[in-house]
Design a protein around this ligand. Structure first.
Ligand code: NAP
Ligand code: 2RA
Length: 374
């Protein structure tokens, strides 16, 4: 049996990386010996549905698709690549032994079920915070550190959405100038909370009753509160940005402090990032580095009122950077405005890119890839 892993690219070749190179060299990865089964766990949720869309758009080869959600949703129908599929339970999905399981069903489900999938040979790519800081698990943003992945990684963690977009923007600058300290304030959309966050905003706007997921109104308001408060006075979301950044960028010496804020925007997280480097820079050079880096689009024409905004980037996969300017209050320090779609690059797209990297680098057990058409 032979199956193809097809990758479709529509965007600028310059900004595309490993898989683009695979395609541009007219090479297809060919999978031999077996059906490609892919499970999406959390398929009825915001991230899970976006994962299905991204898998479709990128034409990730799947012979058998297994949508999974909680027992509440068993039997419910979801559409994928023009076909209807019945949602299955986690136990039913494990029994299918998929090669890949993309998880976005919260930490509880991941802690309990990811090891069960790994045990049957599935590679799990997990969007929850369950495994991110586990020393034995890789925390991966493909543009930054896909090279750390090996065939033995059976549970791979997808970072938090607000961390992903920040490290995509900062890593190319870190390579050149070395980041010393980051001060970040976020403006995070309600879709970051999942379906319940969007529902609360819409209910408030429409004056309808419904469950409340935030402790205060979110419409016409901002909440300096994302995830739970910890003993140090920071929220868990803020500490995710501190700790995950160091792990992904592979540098514990980077100092990070964060204030994470929920705003009444439906999709797209924005961040004001202040970054101090060891070495000095010129703004021209910073602009060139960012414009030429994988997965980044620079929109920085303040005189024409052009800068990234969540409304414009919804549905896009890149990280958008603007308002690039020197911090005039101290040396070697830069201010940036960074915006990305939290459901896509912040979650689904990043996870699918990890799957693509594994497939194209022969890092999935039970799949043998070889080159064709080259
Ligand atoms: P959501 O819209 O509330 O969806 C949650 C999904 O998880 C639903 O499909 C739900 O199924 C399923 N689920 C819940 N408990 C389950 C269980 N015990 N077993 C199996 N499935 C279960 O939430 P979301 O925004 O998609 O987020 C999902 C995960 O991704 C969370 O861990 C979140 O932290 C992470 N994440 C989210 C974002 C974002 O921007 N939203 C970004 C990065 C990471 P039912 O419909 O059956 O309840
Ligand atoms: C949020 N970062 O925006 C979270 C989603 N995982 O709430």
């Amino acid at each position: 049996m032979e199956a193809r892993v097809g990758f479709s690219f529509k965007k600028k070749t310059k900004e595309q990386y490993f898989i683009a190179r695979l395609c541009l060299s007219n090479t297809f990865a060919v999978i031999k010996d077996g059906m490609i089964k892919v499970a999406v766990v959390g398929a009825t949720g915001l991230v899970g549905r976006t994962m299905m869309k991204v898998l479709e758009e990128r034409n990730f080869h799947i012979d058998e698709f297994i949508p999974v959600a909680s027992d509440r949703s068993k039997g419910m129908e979801v559409k994928f690549k023009g076909h209807s599929y019945k949602v299955r339970t986690l136990a039913e999905a494990v029994a299918e032994k998929p090669q890949i399981a993309l998880f976005s069903a919260g930490s509880g489900a991941s802690l309990e079920w990811a090891p069960k999938f790994a045990e049957v040979g599935t590679t799990v790519i997990d969007n929850s915070s369950a495994w991110r800081m586990d020393k034995a698990k890789k925390l991966v943003v493909p543009e930054v550190n896909a090279h750390v992945l090996t065939i033995d990684d059976k549970i791979i963690a997808n970072p938090n959405c607000s961390t992903i977009q920040m490290v995509v923007a900062l890593n190319p600058l870190h390579k050149k100038y070395k980041v010393k300290r980051i001060v970040v304030s976020t403006y995070q959309s309600v879709s970051g909370t999942g379906q319940k966050g969007v529902a609360q905003l819409m209910d408030e706007r429409n004056g309808t009753k419904g469950d409340r997921v935030y402790p205060h109104s979110i419409d016409m308001n901002v909440l300096p509160h994302i995830d739970v408060f910890l003993d140090n006075g920071y929220t868990k979301e803020e500490m995710k940005m501190v700790n995950e950044t160091k792990k992904i960028m592979g540098d514990d010496s980077i100092r990070v402090t964060a204030t994470t804020v929920r705003v009444p925007v439906t999709g797209g997280h924005s961040e004001a990032v202040n970054v101090e480097f060891e070495k000095d820079f010129t703004l021209d050079e910073v602009n060139k580095i960012l414009s030429g880096s994988e997965g980044i689009v620079v929109i920085d024409e303040p005189k024409n009122n052009k800068y990234p905004m969540p409304k414009d980037i919804e549905g896009k996969d890149e990280v958008f950077v603007g308002r690039i300017r020197r911090d005039e209050s101290q040396p070697n320090t830069l201010n940036l405005w960074v915006v990305a779609d939290n459901l896509r690059k912040g979650a689904a797209t990043n996870a699918v890119q990890i799957a693509e990297y594994l497939a194209s680098h022969d890092l999935l057990k039970g799949m043998t890839l070889s080159k064709a058409n080259s």
